[in-house]
Structure formats: structure tokens, C-alpha cells
Design a protein around this ligand. Sequence first.
Ligand code: HEM
Length: 508
Amino acid sequence: MSLAAWVLAAVLVTLLVRRWKSSSGALPPGPRPVPILGNVLDLQAKELWLVAEKWAKKFGDVAYLHVAGQGLVFATMDLLDKKGSIYGDKPTLVMAGELCGCDNMVAFTRYGDTSRRQRKLINQAFGVQVIPAYHPLIEAETLSFIRSLVADPSNYIAHTRRYAGGMTLSVVYGYEAAGNNDKFLNLGEECVDLLSNKIASGGGIVRVFFLDIFPSLKRLPTWAPGSGFLIKAAQWKAKMDEFVDRPYEFVKASLKSGTYVPSFCSMLLEDEKKCTPQFEFDLKQTANSMYSASMDTTITVFCHFLLAMVLHPEVLIKAQKEIDSVVGTDRLPTFSDRASLPFVDAVLSEVYRWGVPVPLSLPHRLMEDDVYRGMLIPKGSLIFGNVWAITRDETLFPNASAFLPERYLEKVEPALAKKRDPRSYVFGFGRRRCPGVNLVESSVWILITSVLATLDISKAKDSFGNPVEPKIDFNNSVFRMPDHFDCDIRPRSEQALKLLRQAEADRS
Ligand code: HEM
């Protein structure tokens, strides 16, 4: 039987089962589906969030689509926050989960005891009250990041990966990365790339959920035409298992030899009585999830900051002036300066809003039928936060496509301020909201503040010295991460270089 025949058979079985299970009621509006396959053709765009914004304009705050009966909801309102108990589940991802072994990654765990245990562990490491303990480590990593940028500016993506990955490796495993070419950083980079560009998003959203929509395809015999993905999945699973196991084995070995550096894992493993096989399994998976979730997200945010500064020199100058007036030029900024730097805070908020790091968030799964404004949202639907559409809503953000940090300096009613605060939506929703947010709030703030204090950022120049417009392209269907673009990054002044050298000397 050819692949097309297998697919057709799978579609028919899936449709029959879903029709049999489905309840009746008016579904939310959405683009018109084609018979049997539904909205497959509407979901092909590389930057699907741009299309989803059009649905929000045309159909309102909830748009409903389906692919062979599997409901997909794109929601711009607080559906996911308000009824967290029924919107907190995650889909069983056949490719990412069952076939590639990522089903115990925190972002993919079904809602229930395991996800609660995992999030409790993360809260022990990254709860808001714990973060100040990491400030010295974050400041040290930030300095090393800026030194790398000064030495080798064009490799800013690798330095940011080293920064985010290195910091999580230290906090979570007590492991100090040895430069950009470190074995665990390389493993992390390879696996996060595999996960976000092959396992969980290769070729757009329909490919992501292809096997979830047609789960019977996973039983294709390996001799069947079109079954190559099963062989690839086995190879990817081996790599992902290595990613979970190796850093954890490092902590265990260093605990045994007494050479460990205190970390999230070492702290929790010290109490041997707690170390049941289940506890160790949870710890290993949770540690790995924190490591993998920190890299592409931080890179995406930093790249948008860089791009905003390249395109808006007036914002860079204004932020630098604010830092100079508060911090002066005789020292580097520290966390204690934050309250006195409102414009820098506004720049960070605008970077989150304008850049939109995860524009359709990560899908949740609805656990039971829900009725919203008289419309039925069927149980089992995948719910995507239409984050991009929220950030481009002109009623909330006049001139929404422009980068205007000043919009966050306006005094508005608290309820409106909350609605406009990008932290209400760029970190996801409800019971699955990003648990790394407290760490990010500190680490990304000091990162951009230190960069503004010490470096100048501008357009790259061609061989005649003329500024070159950055070429921006997005090729990842989960993270809105710009591909590498050229820009010019250099120390602001001899004094800034002196401060960096001085800080390095103080730490060694
Ligand atoms: C700027 C950086 C970051 C952004 C924009 C970001 C954004 C997100 C988003 C949108 C989600 C999906 C939430 C949902 O399903 O509703 C998420 C989940 C998650 N993030 Fe982050 N994140 C960032 C950094 C981090 C860091 C540094 C860590 C770890 C230390 C982390 C750990 C996680 C975990 C474990 C999940 C899965 C949560 C769950 O499903 O229960 N993230 N993040």
C-alpha cells in the first residue's frame, strides 16, 4: 500500500472515531475547511502567526480550525488563564513524545501528578525568592558574555547560547562550561535544534502534529514506503536520551567523588532518603527541561533587542543616557540600579512585545468540552495562544508594528497596564506558564543593561563604509528567532573597556 493510501485510511479512521465521539454545538468561527482534510491548507505558512493575526481580525478572539477532525483553536483572550484547570493539559505528541522519548519533558507532560511534581521542583530552583541568590553568578556570566562580544562580535548567537546554556548548566548541574565549544553546550545546541527544527516543528505546524492527527501511521511497518520517519525518530530518540542522561550522570559522579559544586541537582540529591527511583526520574527530566528551555528562548529575545537597537539608534542613545545619568561611567550597572532605570525597563518590555519570542505559545490541550460565549470548544482541541495577534492589537498598542518603548512609560489604569504588559502573554498561560520567568526577568535585564552601558550597536557597513540594512528572515515555526543578521557591535569607549577589564580583574 502506498503512503497516500495509508494516509487516506488513517484520515477515514480518525474522522469516524472523532465524529462518533464529538458532541454537538456551534463551533467558533474560522476559515472554511475543505472536505475530509479540513484546514490543512490554511496551516502551511512559514510564519503562521501572521495568518493567525488575520483570523483574529476576521473571526474575533477565538478562531477554530480542524485537520481531519482534530480541533485547533487560536485564542487571543485569556481563555487559557481563566479556566486553567481544564486548559492546563498538553497533547500527547506521538512524534516528540512516544517516538522520540520527550514525553517527560516538562513542556510536554500531560497535566496531572507528574507535571505538578516537576513544576514544584522547578519552583524550588527558580521561585521568585530564590533568584537573588543567583545574582553574583548572573553578573559573572554577563561579564563573560560582554567580553566575548567585544572579542568576536559577529558570533553573537553562539555567545548568547553560551550565556544562557552556561548559566543554566551552573545553576542546575553545578557544571562550568569550558567556552563556546563545551561538550554539554554542544550537546544542548544539537538537541534543542533537533527538537525545535526537526522533531517538533520541521516544516510547519501541520508536520508538527501530523502523527498526532493520524496516530495510526506510527504503526507503519518499517518496510512500508514513507516509513523513513520511524528510522529517523529512533536515531533522534537516542540523541535526546543522551541529552537527558549525560549532564545528570556528571552530577552523580561529582557527588560520589566529592568534587561537586552546589547546584539544584546536588542539593536535591544530598538527601538520600528522598532519592526514590521516581524522584530521580523527575529530577533528571526537570533538570534537562530547564536546560533545554533556556537556550533558544534567550537567544531569540537577545536577537530582537540587538535588531531593535540596530534599527533605532535614538532608543539606544536615550537608554545609554539614562544609564550614564544613574550609574555614571565609573562602574558597571548592578541589580540595585533597576528601580532607577525606567526607560531601560520600558526597552525590555518593548523587546518582548515587538519581538514576540514564541508567537503562538506552546499548545495546550482542552480536557473537557467548554462553552465560551455560547460556542462549543470541543474536548481534545489544541489551544494556541494567539500571542502575535495580541501584540499587534492597535487598540492596546497604537502603531503596534513600531518599536516604541515610550508606550510603557505612559500612566494607565492598572487593569489596562496588566493587559498591555507583555509578561502577561509572552511567557505562556495559566498552569503551564513559563516557570523560568523569574530567572529571565533578572538575567535578560542585566544582560541588556550591561550591553547598553558598555557597547555601541549599529548597522553593519559595506566596503565603502555605507550602512547595510539587516536582512531578517524567520525559519523556525515555534520560536520567532531571526536568522543571523549582520550588525556592528563595538565598545562604547576606552572607559567602558577599562571597566570591563577592571571587573574581570576583581573577579579573578
Ligand atoms: C526569554 C526567555 C523565555 C521565554 C520567552 C519563555 C517562554 C515560554 C513559553 C511561551 C512557554 C510555554 C508556556 C505555555 O505552555 O503556556 C514556556 C514554557 C516553559 N519554559 Fe520558558 N521561556 C523563557 C525562558 C525559560 C528559561 C530560562 C527556563 C528555565 C530555566 C524556562 C523553562 C520553561 C519550562 C520548563 C516550560 C514548560 C512549562 C510547562 O509546560 O509546564 N523558560 N516558556
